[in-house]
Design a protein around this ligand. Structure first.
Ligand SMILES: Cc1cc2nc3c(=O)[nH]c(=O)nc-3n(C[C@H](O)[C@H](O)[C@H](O)COP(=O)(O)OP(=O)(O)OC[C@H]3O[C@@H](n4cnc5c(N)ncnc54)[C@H](O)[C@@H]3O)c2cc1C
Length: 480
């Protein structure tokens, strides 16, 4: 029996189904929909309820595996989970929710089809809203950052970065200009949280290994710099392990600069607050996240940091029939002593919040009591490259190989679906037996280049050498 007020009218005389709209197909979106389709099985079978998931991508990304995907230890396909397969009782709409008018229970959405048809955003009515668009990179007004920086939140960025790093080694190995070579072999990462540290550590490991296949590049020629504004890295694993991680990275010749900020990267030169400057073609920005821009285009209450104000029951405060969790939501942390403590934006909370949110939404539809979300942080694990890591879990501190093993075991247990677990395990096993992959498939980003070259008219004898248009349609590879 569905108790939610159905606010959508019908002209056919049959009462419309209660539509649950889930915005976002990440941790919260996918896990909430997954649980809802299990809990609401009878309602879905009777067609009393329908679950619509609106997501920008047809897959959920298991972000903790992005550094391994960048290093080539895991293939990109295995760090994502196809929504259509997992959410087989939901309707999946691939598109971007542009705004939400919760007073009217309507979301405006663009899809590939609306773009093709030129209709603009279309309205999607709902009765219950789960809003979980996550977060985006938090950038600062650093001159040159928007032009030259790259984030590390998506599988596309991770694979693009891998290709880019190997491409820089190709450039360095073939140029005679020492300035170009130096800039190509300098890699600057800004932000010492787990995304930045793991990405740098895995890529450095991969590049050091790859250098053995270049006659003119020694591992010592590569310059890796980690810039962190505070006086520590990896705050998630605690102070002592954070210090250990700094020592471990410095022992690998990685230049860790604490208490330092990036001031500019104009002209592809990273200028730091300690006065140093590094010409570089690689600037990776992982200095925190901010809530998804969609939230500002809703009539839902936001806190000073732009997150949805939520209750511990994961409903949006002061509203009915709106629910939220994850990076986009300010959820009170009931396990903390202070009144103003909120759950940190991490996967640990997102997954557990999704379970409580789905339970509460199903309970509210059935007129049953709701429960509050409370989870005490279990700790964190971080990889520092192959066979190296730090872990602080349930009060136990580990470092080096045991921590790395725990990191793998933990994430293998967490990655969704048996299918993905089996594929990840198979890949790890194979990579233990065979050599690493060292190719850059940067040309994948320009799949038509070869055909365009083939289809181009032959150059006339009058054309001077080099006068033909570039094969990639004029854009060219930005970093050459
Ligand atoms: C590299 C990296 C490593 C990490 N490692 C760890 C770790 O080891 N441990 C840990 O606990 N946490 C880790 N995290 C953090 C963790 O991944 C996030 O906290 C978690 O993904 C938050 O879940 P979410 O559902 O709120 O957002 P997401 O998982 O980001 O999902 C949001 C989804 O909404 C979609 N979306 C956004 N806007 C719209 C829109 N307008 N319309 C439709 N869809 C939209 C997005 O495309 C995305 O698919 C890591 C993050 C990164 C980037």
């Amino acid at each position: 029996m569905v108790k939610a007020a159905n606010t959508r009218g019908t002209t056919s005389g049959t009462p419309p189904r209660t539509r649950v709209l889930v915005v976002g197909g990440g941790y919260v979106g996918m896990y909430t929909a997954l649980r809802l389709q299990r809990m609401l099985r009878p309602e879905l079978a009777r067609e009393d309820v329908e679950i619509v998931v609106a997501a920008t991508d047809p897959y959920m990304t298991y972000q903790p595996f992005l550094p391994e995907a960048a290093a080539g230890s895991l293939s990109p396909r295995h760090v994502v989970v196809p929504l259509r397969r997992v959410l087989d009782r939901c309707r999946i709409v691939i598109g971007e929710v542009r705004s939400v008018d919760h007073a009217k229970r309507t979301a405006m959405l663009t899809t590939l089809a609306t773009d093709e048809e030129g209709t603009g955003a279309v309205a999607l009515a709902y009765d219950e809203l789960v809003i979980a668009p996550g977060s985006v990179s938090r950038t600062l007004p650093v001159p040159g950052l928007a032009d030259h920086g790259i984030g590390f939140k998506t599988v596309e960025e991770a694979i693009g970065l891998r290709n880019h790093v190997i491409e820089q080694m190709d450039i360095a190995s073939s140029t005679r200009d020492p300035a170009i070579r130096d800039a190509a072999l300098t890699f600057v990462f800004v932000g010492g949280g787990y995304a930045g540290v793991e990405a740098l550590a895995e890529l450095e490991d991969m590049a050091r290994y790859t250098a053995r296949y270049y006659r003119t590049i020694r591992p010592e020629d590569l310059k890796w710099i980690l810039v962190e504004a505070s006086d520590r890295i990896l705050p998630e694993v605690g102070e002592a392990l954070g210090r250990y991680a700094v020592r471990e990275l410095r022992a690998r010749n990685i230049d860790v600069r604490l208490g330092t900020r990036l001031e500019s990267c104009e002209g592809r030169v990273a200028r730091l607050s300690d006065g140093s400057r590094f010409p570089t073609r690689t600037l990776v920005w992982t200095a925190g996240v901010r809530p998804a821009p969609l939230l500002a285009a809703t009539d839902l209450p936001l806190d000073a940091r732009g997150r949805l104000v939520c209750t511990a029951r994961l409903s949006v405060s002061g509203t009915e029939h709106a629910w939220a969790a994850g990076d986009a939501a300010a959820v009170p942390d009931l396990t903390a002593s202070g009144p103003d403590a909120y759950c940190a934006p991490n996967a640990q909370h997102a997954v557990r919040q999704a379970a409580v949110l789905a339970g509460n939404l199903a309970a509210s539809l059935r007129g049953e009591p709701l429960r509050e979300y409370a989870h005490r942080n279990a700790g964190s694990v971080a990889s520092l490259g192959l066979h190296k890591g730090v872990a602080h879990v349930y009060g136990r501190k580990l470092k080096g190989y045991p921590a790395w093993l725990m990191h793998r075991a933990y994430h293998l247990s967490r990655v969704p679906t048996l299918n993905r677990k089996a594929r990840v395990l198979a890949e790890w096993t194979l990579s233990g037996l065979f050599k690493r992959e060292i190719v850059s498939l940067g040309s994948l980003e320009h799949p038509r280049a070869e055909f365009e070259r083939a289809a181009a008219p032959p150059p006339s004898p009058a054309d001077p050498p080099g006068a033909s248009p570039p094969a990639d349609g004029g854009g060219g590879a930005p970093d050459r």
